[in-house]
Each structure stands twice: as C-alpha cells, then as structure tokens.
Ligand binder design. Structure first.
Ligand code: NAI
Length: 470
C-alpha cells in the first residue's frame, strides 16, 4: 500500500477550501495543495481576506498556510505531485440543453477528469467530493481508463461532503459520518483504506462508513432531499396554521417530541436556500425521471415546489398587509444571506422575496452583517432576477447600519435568522418609522409579543396575531 504524502484538491470554493484547510490542520504529515482556475479566488485564499466567511476558518488557515497548506493556480503541478486528488468543483443545475433546469451539470467535473488523465505520471487515487448524480464515478473511471499510460493507474472513490455553511469547520472537525465509496475490487479496497487512513487522523472508525460508489453518491442526494423535505413539511403545516389560527411553533415542538420524528430541522420559515438543497432535489428528480420512476420524481419535485410556494406566499402577505400596495413605499430588509453566519446568497429566499417586492415597485433598504454590497446588487439586478435592471437598481439601497436602514420605512422584513436581529432596540427603530409600522418576521426569531406591545403590526410564518388597532 502506498502512503499518502501529497494531496491536491481541484476547486477552492466553499467545500474544497474549507475541507482541505481542516485536512491540513489535522494531518501535519500531509502536504495539501488546493488549486483553482480562478485567479481572484486563489489571491484571496493567500490574503488576509479569505474568499468565504466561515466561523473558525481564518484561524485554521493562518496556522497551516505556508506550512503544509498551499493555494495556487498551478493545477498541472499539483496533480502531478499528488498521490490523491480531490475533485471539489461546482456541479450546478444545467441551464441549457438536455435536463435543463434539473440535471446536475458535470462539465467541470469532466474537465478535471481529463486534466488528471492528461498530466498524471504515476498511480493516483481520484476522490470525487463534489455532489454528483449516481453515474458520475463511472464516467470519471471511464475517462481515466481510456487515457492510461505506462506507469499510470487510477482508482476513483466517492467521498461526498456533508458540511453545512455557517458551521463548516465544526462539521468537518466533528462529522456525524464520513462516507467512502469505492469499487469492490482489491484496487478499490486498498484505495478506500488509504482515504480511511487520512480521516483516521481525527475521526473515529465508527464514524467512517465504507460502501459502494453508487450507495455513497445516492446517500448524499438522499440526505439533502430528506433535510429539505422536513423543512417543506413543517412549512406546509405553517400555511394550515395561518388559515385556522394554530401556532406552528407549538405544533412543531409537540410533533418533534415524538422520538421517531425528532426535533431538528422543524423550524418553519420563509423556506430553505443555499446552493445545494434545490440543486440536489432537482438532480434526484431528474435521475428518477431518467430511470422511468415518475411517481418518485413527482414526490421529490413537490418538496421543492412547497419551498417556492412558501417564499411567494410570504411576499404576497407583505404586500397584502401593507394595504395591498407597496409601490413607492420604503421597506427595511434585515438579512440577505441564505442563512446566518455565512455571506453566501446562492438561492437565498431573500433574493426571491426582494425581487418580488421590487417588481411591485417597493423601495428596499437592505442590511446584512456579512453580504457585500456588490453581491446584493448583482443578485437583484442580474438578468436572471429582472428584465429591467436600471429601474430595479434605483429602488435598492444598501446599509451598513440597521438603525439607518429603518428611517422612514413602512416595515421591517426579517429574511435571515442572524442572532443580532434578536437584540435590536425595536422601540428606537419604531420611533423613526412611518406609522402604522409593520414587522414581518420570516424566520420566527424575535419576541413577537414584545414588538406587538411596542406598537408594531406584526406578522410571522405559521401564526396569526390579532391586529393592532390602527
Ligand atoms: P464553489 O462554486 O464555491 O467552488 C467551486 C470552485 O471550483 C470554484 O472556485 C471554481 O472556480 C472551481 N473550478 C471549477 N472548474 C474548475 C476546474 N476545471 N479546475 C479548477 N477549478 C475549477 O462550489 P462549492 O459550494 O464548494 O461546491 C462544490 C461541490 O460540493 C458541489 O458539487 C456542491 O454540490 C458540493 N457541496 C457543497 C456544499 C456547500 O455547502 N456549499 C456542501 C456539500 C457539498
């Protein structure tokens, strides 16, 4: 068996960057080289201002960078020197051609496989870490096998990543489980042992699961689908609560007390976001359709449909509550990231709800503790978001102080569950707002009774309050 001394990772995004930083930190005996095609991204990884925000990441990178952790654009060299190559490139939903809007786009993964085939000069273990449809390891194996040279051999493993943004370092240091999928052959088994050896540096054996590549890849899609399904289940119940006067928090608490169900991931909200849940649900739907399993496809499709319904429903409720028009009214939006403790806005419910309000002609003042101004502008004025970027741009104002953002607004709209939103002085905010003042809590994080007492007309998901007398 070979001993892994050099690891390289292609793709320095959320997954590649944070997982390899932790790997380097936990394995001082391994040289870790993270590479990317993007010069900007690599420059940032080598600076004080990392390209992604994750609690704890700065410290890990500071400790290892330049010792056994390196970031560069020299993909050829990194691949040549590595015994083991992780592929952590993006696998977005296809926006064109066959499977458009559903299937995962494997073009970047394929480019990596061809690059590895081209420059490899010895035996390599290729580890698929990107989330991919269930045939991807077979594709990679096929491309590599068709390009072997003397002295060069490949083993392909599946090692899907389960980190969640906002808690990535904690999840990587202390994962519930690590999956290592491989071929059932002696070559496959020894490659699996090599990767297991790496994870053994910090993860106990009972949390490392070895399985077939098919099972491994499907487990990743199934896990995200199950998590998304819980969110959509409680959100579907939240609509019933609003209609009949029940309180979804009470229902969720009581339902979650059943030990077979459990209490996690039962928080009603404006819905899930992020780069993975929707993409992986749609990928699963596409796989089911391709396998001629339409009932299965419909089941998972509906989990995603409920998520869209929930966002739209909340946007409509804002407009309806503001006397059926938000045209020319200023609204303060708190939170733009798809969840707290991240600056990531991919598929953020806030993007969708802001776009909805902007289409109605609302002026929106946005405050988010971590998302950059330019990111918010791009997200709301891209061709995907609007057909009238100039008109929309004039309606958006971005603030770095929430107390400034609320001046002369009709409403506060909470769209991300940042902790700091809980401790604001809402009395002070109310005093500078237009009256009647409204508060829409799309994340159910603040003390509703308290803000109602202050005089806010308060709305939240899955609960109706008796209206304040205007
Ligand atoms: P990302 O978009 O943040 O990073 C991908 C990086 O790969 C980019 O920096 C891009 O420039 C680079 N890249 C693309 N093609 C390349 C090539 N041919 N050579 C070198 N670099 C290349 O994506 P992220 O979020 O890290 O996701 C990566 C994969 O991990 C996806 O399949 C995703 O589904 C999966 N995943 C993501 C999680 C998340 O929370 N973001 C969690 C678990 C899995």
């Amino acid at each position: 068996s070979m001993v892994i001394k050099n690891v390289c990772c292609i793709g320095a995004g959320y997954v590649g960057g944070s997982s390899c930083s932790v790997l380097a930190w936990k394995c001082p005996d391994i040289h870790v080289h993270v590479v990317d095609v993007s010069h900007d991204t690599i420059k940032q990884w080598n600076s004080h201002n990392l390209p992604i925000y994750e609690p704890g990441l700065d410290e890990v990178v500071k400790e290892c960078r330049g010792c056994n952790l390196f970031f560069s654009n020299d993909i050829d060299r990194a691949v040549r020197e590595a015994d083991m190559i992780f592929i952590s490139v993006n696998t977005p939903t296809k926006t064109y051609g066959i499977g458009k809007g559903k299937a995962a786009d494997l073009q970047y993964v394929e480019v990596c496989a061809r690059k590895i085939a081209e420059v490899a000069n010895g035996p390599k273990i290729v580890v698929e870490k990107s989330t991919v449809p269930i045939q991807a390891a077979q594709f990679i194996t096929h491309i590599l096998a068709a390009n072997t040279k003397p002295g060069v051999s490949f083993q392909v493993l599946s090692n899907p990543e389960f980190l969640a943004e906002g808690t990535a370092i904690e999840n990587l240091v202390n994962p519930d489980r690590v999956l290592i999928g491989g071929e059932e052959s002696s070559g496959g088994e020894s490659a699996m042992e090599e990767l297991t050896w790496i994870y053994h540096h910090w993860i106990p054996q009972h949390n490392i699961i070895t399985l077939s590549t098919w099972s491994s890849q499907l487990t990743k899609l199934a896990s995200n689908a199950f998590l998304a399904q819980r969110v959509s289940s409680i959100n579907a119940i939240s609509a019933v609560c609003e209609a009949i006067g029940a309180d979804v928090s009470q229902v969720a608490d009581a339902v979650g007390r059943d030990s077979r169900i459990g209490s996690k991931f039962l928080h009603a909200s404006v819905g899930f976001g992020g780069s993975c849940f929707e993409k992986d649900l749609l990928s699963l739907v596409y796989i089911a359709e391709s396998l001629n399993l339409p009932e299965v496809a419909r089941y998972w499709q509906h989990v995603n449909d409920i998520n869209h319904y929930q966002r739209t429903r909340f946007g409509q409720r804002i407009t309806a509550s503001l006397f059926n028009t938000v045209t020319d009214k200023a609204l303060a939006v708190f939170g733009f990231a798809f969840k707290k403790n991240t600056g990531d806005t991919r598929e953020s419910p806030a993007r969708c709800i802001c776009s909805q309000l902007l289409e109605e002609g609302a002026r929106i003042n946005i405050y988010d503790p971590k998302v950059e101004r330019q990111q918010i502008m791009n997200d709301l004025t891209s061709t995907k978001a609007t057909s009238e970027p100039e008109r929309i741009q004039k309606l958006i104002h971005i603030y770095t102080d929430p107390y400034q953002a609320v001046i002369d607004t009709h409403a506060i709209v909470i769209l991300t569950e940042w902790d700091e939103f809980k401790s604001y002085d809402y009395k002070k905010m109310l005093s500078v707002m237009k009256k009647p003042a409204f508060l829409f809590d799309g994340r159910k994080i603040i003390d509703h009774e308290a803000v109602i007492k202050l005089g806010f007309n308060t709305h939240t998901i899955g609960k109706k309050f008796t209206p304040n007398t205007l």
